[in-house]
Design a protein around this ligand. Structure first.
Ligand code: ITT
Ligand code: NA
Length: 182
């Protein structure tokens, strides 16, 4: 049985495939579930996963991922608005805003929801790092400005990023739970 990853973001799918290789196949489904305006990533993904599962027909389970970048000195901005800020302001200008602060600490947080019609479960992962001028060609989104242990996430390959990242940690929690369900 494959898992349907409901997302328009191919970068997320690549990371899930790499992590879940040997556990289950991951199929990308580009269905636009309603992203309610909420400060709670849990609420967004729980509702999104149930909506997608109902809309897509009920053979295979679905996975939904909502992620935010939370900059400490900016009160957690852009947080749940990270996609909007990437599209409008862009990561370079977010970096410039953060560069005016002495404290450049930030964290990524991912919450994933799994729904199979019977159960809806959520899994989360976070990673703390430092914002830096953009470096690296890999990854996606804010990866070039997020440094962890001397490397930006865009300088890591998928396996290296998964080993330390918000999404990798959420996938680890999911994989552990999922193995017990089989
Ligand atoms: P879906 O909602 O269709 O899954 P999205 O790209 O809109 O795709 P999010 O709302 O979760 O996904 O993403 C919020 C923003 O954070 C968006 O700008 C992403 O590019 C970025 N982002 C998500 N995961 C990231 C990661 O691992 N590294 C860097 N940026 C990431
Ligand atoms: Na989104």
């Amino acid at each position: 049985m494959a898992i349907r990853f409901v997302t328009g973001n191919e970068g997320k799918v690549g990371e899930a495939r790499e992590y879940l290789e040997g556990i289950d196949a991951v199929e990308q489904v580009d269905y636009d579930y309603a992203e309610l305006q909420s400060d709670s990533l849990e609420e967004i993904v729980t509702r999104g996963a149930r909506e997608a599962f109902d809309a897509l027909g009920s053979e295979e389970p679905v996975l939904v991922d909502d992620t935010g970048l939370f900059v400490d000195a900016l009160g957690g901005f852009p947080g749940p608005y990270s996609a909007y800020v990437e599209d409008t302001v862009g990561i370079e200008r977010l970096w410039r805003l953060a560069s005016e602060e002495e404290n450049r600490r930030a964290r990524f947080r991912t919450v994933m929801a799994y729904a199979d019609g019977e159960r809806t479960e959520t899994f989360e992962g976070t990673v703390a790092g430092t914002l830096v001028p953009p470096r690296g060609e890999g990854g996606f989104g804010y990866d070039p400005i997020f440094e962890y242990n001397g490397q930006t996430l865009a300088e890591m390959d998928t396996e290296e990023k998964n080993a330390i990242s918000h999404r990798g940690r959420a996938l680890a929690a999911f994989a552990e739970w999922y193995a017990d369900q089989q």
